[in-house]
Design a protein around this ligand. Sequence first.
Ligand code: GLP
Length: 246
Amino acid sequence: MNRGTSFILNRTADYERMSHAAADWVAGRLKQKPGLLVVLATGSSPERTYQLLAARGQSEPELFRAMRVLKLDEWGGLAMDDPATCEMALRNSFIDPLRITPDRVEGWHSKPADTNAECERIRLWLEKNGPPDLCVLGLGLNGHLGFNEPGAFLQPGPHRATLSPESMRHAMLQQAKGTPGFGLTLGIKDILQCREILLLVSGEAKRRQLERLLTPEVTPEFPASFLWLHPAVTIFCDEAALPKGA
Ligand code: GLP
């Protein structure tokens, strides 16, 4: 269904069906371009999609043989092997089961000695290897994308972010051994430069945010609204997240 927006909005019954539909969609993109460079968010929204793709790798390993992955964001200050890091989440659900070799994975170090140098490293990597073909995103409870948090302005490139109170309450941190001091994230321009964007939105807790996203008003107070500036955004949502009347 397209609600008069520039987004392609696919509604599904529940989280499981949303995840299956999204996994099929990503698999379709991989069939078209085996060497797809994909930026991956973590969190609960894409978690099942990644598991389903990983399961598909058992029967169709050739589908994933050339794909490349870039980590969207990371909790800064946690040890790389802290169970809460985006690194561990992606390794466990996606990278390791699919045997994506280290030369095909790039991402933030969670505890860099020099955060400016780390941001510059990712910027240069993107300059050399980008733009990515696809960016898989979740919608933050406060409208953030990655750690592009709401505020008076957004930053275009890879940067160190001040974590919002909502981010500090994120479920991923429940299993953290340490406390993150900051976020590391691709910037809004990096996200918008990806050729296609896949946004996953599930659950009643995201309904208000999805409703706001579907309102064509672009503001740094709601970073996901910048997706209005992108020509190829596909959203998969479930009934619980769907605004009434949509
Ligand atoms: C987290 C991550 C994002 C993620 C978002 C939504 O803090 N930084 O990459 O997409 O918030 O998370 P969830 O899907 O668990 O709601």
